[in-house]
Design a protein around this ligand. Structure first.
Ligand code: PRX
Length: 631
């Protein structure tokens, strides 16, 4: 695929132009550099009013042949995955393409023997170990649909996701190492399974030697491997068959299972990985995300493997055993491309600069960020101390829904600019929309960010709820995909993301909806209602502030705050805990009973001079009280 790598600014401009003038021809050419079992009949069929998007219809493929088999002849012994364990004393593993292929085939046999067939949903609740990647690819090899659930989610959150997708099999581990903690994944999974009737079998990996026992319908991963060989013919699937479901938060209560399909997702993640990171043959690439999120799916697993890259998988956290762990790993594995989140950069930046400087980072060529807007200070620190001012920084804007990177510079090819995601990738047609829902034609503009033409890896639906998909993404503006983000565009045409414009809050790069957190708090028997807003936070970017109304006979206490956070942790997971909880006598509401989050947001952020008009509220007097009790 290296011939698809854009090599100059001029070539980017020409490629971009072609991609919007003749999108079908453009994507046809890109798609042809992949391995298809049968070529497609029609490149694109779409109708955003339904909405319906179909790429490469009639085409048949298996993405794992593109990730694995295709590389065997030329680079079978090249390292596909470098696994860096949580504990630096444990040896790193280097898994070659040949070995990965064999392991994926063997595990596909295990899945098959346990009843998994094409189209079945497999839930994967696992730590960041190579078996997670192997499991994902084994599902894809069979044509089964994987639904990876981040291993930091609670039993409730796991159960909701298993039930939503009606998963047949659960893959998990006894536990997962993260820093100095062990997450007891199997016992969390057991708790979840009490309310999941669709799961027929659970396959358990022994990662932590926790000495657990298995019950009926639960089997050990390693024992299942005893009886299988390492050959498994990749099942031919249709381009528009589902590859995976991945849940993301929305502004209403339940998580949205975004559906990605095989052909388009393959083409777009493969193409975008190559071009954004400018990956070259012997490079070592490291994305620090967790595979439980879309970044891990697209740019730890699929994008790199489609390109025959060496991808680092790190089990641990940036602070363990010390805050120099990232830099130590970069030196140890001679990392060339390093992709992380602004929240990690801000956390690491707080520590003495010697933590970075003691390591040899001279192999770094490209730095990347993703997940939230990066502030100017963090950008410059990253540029100066990590990249030594010689590495381009790709600030990549995209979403679970988009499947792949939409706006970003191409490392060293198109210019980067602090705090700007910069330009669209070929094939991506962004627009800014004003208050009256019209496209803004001026180059310099600020508005809501939408996309006016489909790209191959756009999510096709929300699993089991196409109406919600339509409402959330296609109802705000006619014939457009609406991202939920605001952005501005400068005179160079570069985009800068200003943040969410809906009730989704990005905390440490994690996408959290206010509704599920409020629902969790409201389940506490002493709580009448609550409202969650974000407020600026040094490291997390944005942190959560909860306003909670208690029943009249309940006295507010610190203990109650701990209990409320415990409730959130149990229902969703520790990532959704609130930094601040303020008890209030009531919440400011509009006359139609809607909570005025705008005002609460400003109070939390201490922007008290600028509260706007409160006279339209049902209960304007409450605002003074809330301000007085501000934390
Ligand atoms: O608000 C944007 C923010 O993250 C949201 C998507 O979250 P999620 O689906 O979890 O995917 C995160 C990883 C792709 C977006 O709507 N976001 C993502 N990347 C950036 C960003 N905000 C600013 N700059 C970015 N580079």
């Amino acid at each position: 695929m290296q011939h698809l790598r854009i090599k100059s600014l001029k070539e980017y401009k020409e490629t971009y132009q072609k991609s919007i003038e003749q999108p079908e021809q453009f994507w046809d050419e890109v798609a042809k550099s992949f391995l298809w079992k049968k070529e497609w009949d029609t490149t694109l069929e779409w109708d955003f009013t339904k909405p319906e998007v179909k790429w490469f219809q009639g085409g048949k493929l298996n993405i794992t042949e593109n990730c694995l088999d295709r590389h065997l002849e030329k680079r079978g012994s090249k390292t596909a995955i470098i696994f860096e364990p949580n504990d630096p004393k444990e040896k790193a593993q280097h898994i070659s393409y040949k070995e990965l292929h064999a392991k994926v085939c063997a595990f596909a046999n295990v899945l098959y023997n346990n009843g998994v067939e094409k189209g079945d949903r497999v839930c994967i609740y696992m730590p960041m170990v190579p078996e997670l990647t192997i499991a994902i690819l084994a599902c894809a090899r069979i044509g089964a649909i994987h639904s990876v659930v981040f291993a930091g989610f609670s039993a409730n959150a796991l159960a909701a996701r298993i039930n939503d997708a009606n998963c047949k099999i659960l893959l998990t581990a006894d536990g997962g190492f993260r820093g100095d903690k062990v997450t007891p994944l199997k016992s969390i999974a057991d708790e979840a399974l009490k309310s999941c009737s669709s799961i027929e079998k659970t396959i358990v990996l022994n990662r932590c030697n926790l000495n657990i026992s298995l019950s009926e319908n639960q089997v050990w991963w390693h024992e299942e491997l005893y009886n299988v060989n390492n050959k498994f013919e990749a099942v031919a699937v249709d381009a528009e068959d589902m590859l995976f479901i991945l849940y993301t938060s929305g502004s209403t209560g339940s998580p949205k299972g975004m559906v990605h399909t095989c052909g388009g997702y393959m083409v777009y993640t493969g193409y975008s990985f190559l071009n954004v990171f400018q990956y070259k043959n012997e490079d070592v690439y490291w994305c620090t995300a967790d595979i439980g999120w879309i970044t891990g799916h697209s740019y730890i697993v699929y994008g790199p493997l489609l390109n025959g890259a060496t991808t680092v998988m790190f089990e641990g956290v940036p602070s363990y055993p010390n805050f120099d762990r990232f830099w130590q790993i970069c030196e140890k594995h001679k990392v060339n491309q390093f992709y992380t989140a602004p929240t990690a950069i801000r956390a690491l930046k707080k520590h003495p600069i010697s933590m970075v400087e003691q390591y040899d980072l001279s192999n770094l060529k490209t730095l990347g960020t993703v997940g939230e807007p990066i502030n100017e200070e963090a950008w410059h620190w990253y540029d100066e101390h990590v990249g030594k001012r010689k590495c381009p920084i790709v600030d990549t804007w995209w979403q679970t829904e988009t499947g792949g990177i939409m706006l970003s510079s191409l490392a060293g090819i198109t210019p980067d600019k602090a705090t700007f995601a910069t330009l669209p990738l070929p094939g991506i047609q962004p627009v800014l929309i004003n208050e009256v829902a019209n496209v803004i034609d001026d180059v310099v503009a600020q508005g809501r960010l939408a996309i006016k033409f489909p790209w191959p890896s756009i999510a096709r639906t929300i699993y089991g709820n196409h109406e919600r998909y339509k409402d959330t993404y296609f109802s705000a503006f006619k014939n457009m995909y609406f991202s939920g983000d605001g952005a501005l565009r400068d005179a160079d045409g570069d985009y800068r993301i200003t943040g969410r414009v809906d009730d989704v809050i990005i905390v440490s790069g994690h996408n959290l909806g206010t509704a599920p957190i409020e629902n969790a708090i409201n389940e506490h028997e002493q709580v009448v209602e609550s409202a969650i807003v974000g407020f600026p936070h040094d490291i997390k970017g944005t942190a959560l502030y909860a306003y909670v109304v208690l029943y009249n006979d309940v006295s507010p206490s610190e203990f109650l705050k701990i209990e409320i956070n415990q409730f959130i942790s149990d229902k969703i997971g520790p990532i959704a805990k609130c930094d601040k909880i303020q008890f209030v006598s009531s919440l400011p509401k509009t006359r139609s009973g809607k909570i005025m989050r705008r005002i609460l947001r400003k109070i939390a952020a201490n922007e008290l001079n600028n509260l706007g008009d409160v006279s339209t509220l049902l209960n304007p007097e409450i605002v003074e009280d809330v301000i007085k009790g501000r934390l």
